[in-house]
Design a protein around this ligand. Structure first.
Ligand code: URA
Ligand code: ZN
Length: 405
């Protein structure tokens, strides 16, 4: 059996849920007066006053916060290790003076949870990863803190915690997006640490991008299926355009949901950049990024395999290849050889994820989660003819990239 590592799996520690229960604006939890499940209202599109409070957002149960439920879920789906992360919207909404304290509380809680679970699974710490259930974590950052130095301090502290392997971050940065030059000390802090940056969407696209009244008519489909991946795509493209990967060439970024549309659109992004060459900003001229999208994709970017279909996985793997090859002559074959080398590099940078506890089964509690089995099926369909690639995607890559022991 291959070792399976879930690098995209969330938790809301009980202290965080208690804090959401004290709030009346997004993000918040509403407890219906009936026996019905509490409602988690975190997306702006969730908070439609036309929808009764008892039906807003989504119902939550123990799987959102209880670690023994997470461990049972792992067992049920053959997952050896999970790298748990606080779910969205993390600490983004906190008033500045509360940010640092909450970051420390949540991160200590995650660290303690991992330590306790791993000790229970292997009190002597001698069993191999493949023979036990283990937890690791991505920490949260106090992004609304008054001074970026506070964020850097937390990054340095996280690097000293034994089970921390990275940080999870949304796309708002310090409030204006990830191309903000004020983030440079944070990129530097991450680059100089062993921590991986897990970039995850939350804000989607403006509600009116989807048309009027669409939450009522279509629920979460448009914001989650399209808004989330496009948000990630735009955020990482803005980092690229602002030269973040030129200034911080060792920054390692794991993109949620297989990078959104980035692998599919990488060629188009690169082409538009090359045609622009100089960026006119506020009447002045800025140089474009020095490194190409392809270079960044193959050396800075890691992708989870949370895309629920082999077409998406294959598109990510085959970006730039395909039948166009037949149209080109010898010179282009050399170029395509380069693309193929990139494709191989991309394969080894995929890791498995589940997005647990979002997208639970709609029926019986004990049944397998279709959201997980659909991803497994896509991985098998995409890599079945290459056992080594499949083992790498299922767990080997995560073990290597995150130094899991
Ligand atoms: N997946 C997440 O991580 N967050 C959501 O809000 C929905 C799906
Ligand atoms: Zn997620």
């Amino acid at each position: 059996m291959p070792l399976v590592v879930d690098i995209h799996t969330h938790v809301y520690p009980p202290s965080y849920l208690a804090m959401l229960r004290t709030r009346k604006t997004v993000p918040y939890i509403h407890d219906p007066s009936t026996q019905a499940s509490p409602r988690l209202i975190i997306l702006s599109s969730d908070d439609d006053p036309a929808i009764p409070l008892d039906q807003r957002g989504r119902p939550i149960d123990a799987s959102y916060s209880d670690i023994s439920t997470k461990l049972s879920f792992m067992k049920q789906h053959g997952i050896n290790s999970s790298v748990i992360s606080l779910a969205n919207p993390w600490l983004d909404f906190l008033v500045p003076k509360e940010a640092q304290e909450w970051a420390q509380r949540i991160n200590d809680d995650l660290e303690f949870t991992c330590a306790q679970a791993n000790h229970t699974a292997d009190p002597t710490g001698t069993r191999p990863l493949s023979e036990k259930q283990t937890l690791f974590a991505f920490g949260a950052l106090p992004l609304s803190a008054p001074d970026p130095a506070t964020i850097v301090t937390e990054i340095q502290r996280l690097s000293t915690l034994p089970h921390m392997r990275g940080v999870i971050m949304g796309t708002s940065g310090l409030g204006t997006g990830l191309d903000d030059p004020r983030l440079d000390p944070i990129w530097a802090g991450l680059q100089d640490s062993p921590l991986l940056l897990f970039l995850h969407p939350h804000y989607g696209l403006p509600d009116d991008a989807f048309g009027a009244d669409t939450t009522n008519r279509y629920g979460h489909v448009l914001p989650l299926a399209l808004g989330f991946p496009l948000e990630t795509t735009i955020a990482v493209t803005r980092m690229l355009l602002a030269g973040v990967f030129d200034r911080f060439p060792r920054l390692r970024v794991l993109l949620a949901h297989s990078g959104g549309a980035l692998p599919f659109l990488a060629g188009r992004i690169e082409s538009c950049i090359r045609h622009e060459r100089k960026f006119v900003a506020n009447g002045g001229q800025l140089p474009g990024p020095r490194r190409s999208v392809w270079d960044v994709l193959s050396s800075n970017v890691y992708l989870d395999a949370v895309v629920y279909g082999s077409a998406g996985l294959k598109a990510a793997v085959a970006a730039g290849g395909g039948s166009d090859r037949l149209l080109f002559g010898r010179f282009w074959e050399m170029i395509l050889l380069g693309v193929e080398i990139y494709i191989l590099m991309l394969i080894v940078q995929f890791c498995t994820g589940t997005d647990h506890p979002f997208f639970p089964p709609l029926g019986e509690e004990e049944q397998e989660w279709p959201s997980v089995t659909t991803n497994y099926k896509a991985i098998h369909e995409s890599f079945d003819d290459d056992r080594d690639a499949m083992d790498a995607v299922l767990g080997g890559n995560a073990v290597r990239i995150l130094d899991l022991k």
